[in-house]
Design a protein around this ligand. Structure first.
Ligand SMILES: *Cc1c(COP(=O)(O)O)cnc(C)c1O
Length: 495
């Protein structure tokens, strides 16, 4: 099999193996690792159709992780996708009314982040062994709500690893906060940061890419890595479920293997939807990718105009995991649409950090035509939750509802233009149990907004992690400012 190497989006000349890219998390020049060449799926859709989720995960991931042995990768896959998921086939494709919804929230933390963060710790410790890393790995993570918990759960008590999570003090849901501050595990730390997710993400990236800090850490016996989707080890496992969804569509009457499927993805940091794009690059018949945003619709504006403008008010919404103005994985798409011109990518991102904006030239803008973008205001989100429930009895969380609302906009536009649409799969990224207030409020129910009330409405049992949540002790109470983040890290590490 052809070996795949990884290079930085910003021009650093070094080509590294998959395991090196995963351990580092980010390239030395601050760019993101991307595959130098795209592999091609070497199995037919017909062969893939017969596979379990685990088998499929192996087939997709081996194309990218070419320096992992068969046994190493198999071992990672089997340990990751097991009974931690409360659905045996890992990710059900369900069909409420005339919609298709891929539920990615059956892992331990009830959000789609589990799909990648269940396996990342295994990929990372395997990579550390292959790279002969002797230092302890310190995973620095900024979270808009769900990554933090999924990363903590994945890395808790993993030998040789410490994990430190920063979450924005204002802006995560009550359940999300409680999930994080009750985290067990001697190697875990959770710190509230004043400000929003963009502040937290920037602070972490700055620490992470400071060569002087990296040197000091190495002397103290630590190396940094990242569990954010800047790490290519987060993205690769996410490609799998686009294949999975596609193959499960083939079980539907009237669907023929080989026809295109559109995906509507609730988007924040652009990792999930980028994995869909990568699936298409491998050869999956992906039609349109619908990039769905909430009231913080910087991406919608970008896809419509070619101008990325982060200088705008930041809103806290009912879909907090998408409250993001600086979407880091867009850099990987920019790299492709700019014809792999790393100088151009570097200068666009320099403009973003100094002026808060950049604009694509016309030719590059045209290269975005595989995407369609839209956004849903808060009332449209609530309205969609209510409408879907009324039509089909299905309860969706606010993030999923953003995607469903934007998918409806897209289909309306297509119909108005008199054009046929492909079958469309809505990507469901969180369990409604993470957001009982917003969901029950949207359904017009009366308080109290409890898990039991949600269970009564949806007819689904309360998931185990929610049932235990309220009886767990709070273990993490640290708070810091953006400027003090590094000091907190030193304290956590006892330096
Ligand atoms: C992280 C998250 C998103 C956004 O995904 P990106 O990969 O950052 O675009 C959407 N919904 C939920 C519930 C999430 O946790």
């Amino acid at each position: 099999m052809r070996e795949i190497r990884y290079i930085s989006t910003r021009g650093c000349a070094e080509r590294v193996s998959a395991s090196a890219a995963i351990v580092r998390g980010i390239a030395p020049d601050g760019g993101l690792y991307v595959p130098e060449d795209f592999p091609c799926m070497d199995r037919s859709l017909h062969e893939l159709q017969q596979m379990s989720y685990q088998e499929l995960a192996y087939e997709v991931m081996k194309l990218f992780l070419t320096d992992y042995s068969r046994d190493e990768l198999m071992d990672c896959v089997i340990r990751a996708y097991d009974s931690k998921f409360d659905y045996p086939a890992i990710a059900p494709l369900v069909h409420p009314g005339d919609r298709h919804v891929l539920e990615l929230y059956h892992g331990r933390t009830l959000a789609f982040k589990d799909m990648a963060l269940s396996i990342l710790p295994y990929l990372m410790t395997t990579a550390a062994r292959k790279q002969h890393i002797t230092e302890e790995i310190v995973i620095l993570t900024a979270t808009s709500g769900d990554t933090g918990k999924a990363a903590l759960e994945g890395f808790a008590n993993v030998p040789g690893v410490r994990i430190i999570v920063f979450y924005p003090q204002e802006g995560v849901s009550d359940i999300q906060r409680l999930q994080m501050v009750t985290q067990q595990g001697d190697n875990t730390a959770v710190i509230a940061m004043q400000g929003n997710f963009d502040d937290a993400q920037r602070a972490v990236k700055e620490i992470f890419t400071d060569p002087e800090e990296a040197r000091k850490m190495r002397e103290a016996g630590y190396v940094w890595s990242s569990a954010n989707s800047i790490n290519i080890g987060r993205l690769i496992p996410q490609i799998v479920y686009y294949y999975w969804a596609y193959l499960r569509m083939t079980d539907r009457p009237g669907f023929t293997l080989g026809e295109q499927v559109d995906f509507a993805v609730p988007t924040g940091n652009f990792g999930n939807i980028l994995a869909a794009h990568y699936a298409g690059r491998l050869g999956l018949p992906v039609g349109r990718l619908i990039c769905a945003s909430n009231r913080n619709h910087v991406l919608t504006d970008f896809f419509r105009t070619g101008e990325y403008d982060a200088k705008r008010p930041f809103y806290v919404t009912t879909s907090p995991s998408m409250d993001i103005l600086v979407s880091s994985n867009l850099e990987r798409l920019l790299y492709e649409i700019c014809g792999r011109d790393t100088g151009k990518v570097a200068s666009l991102l320099a403009a973003l950090s100094s002026e808060g904006q950049y604009r694509l030239d016309k030719g590059d803008f045209m290269a975005l035509d595989g995407f369609w973008a839209g956004y849903a205001e808060e009332d449209a989100v609530a309205d969609t939750i209510r409408r879907v429930y009324r039509e089909s009895g299905y309860v969706m969380d606010p993030h999923t509802a953003v995607a469903a609302a934007v998918a409806d906009q897209y289909e309306t536009v297509r119909a108005d233009e008199g054009r046929r649409s492909n079958p469309l799969v809505i990507i469901s990224t969180a369990s409604p149990y993470k957001f009982p207030q917003s969901v029950l409020g949207a359904l017009g129910k009366l308080e109290p907004y409890t898990a039991e009330a949600l269970s009564a409405a949806s007819g689904r049992p309360v998931p185990q992690p929610i049932r235990e949540l309220f009886s767990l002790p709070v273990r993490h109470t640290r708070v810091c400012t953006r400027e003090n983040a590094l000091k907190e890290i030193y304290q956590v590490l006892g330096l």
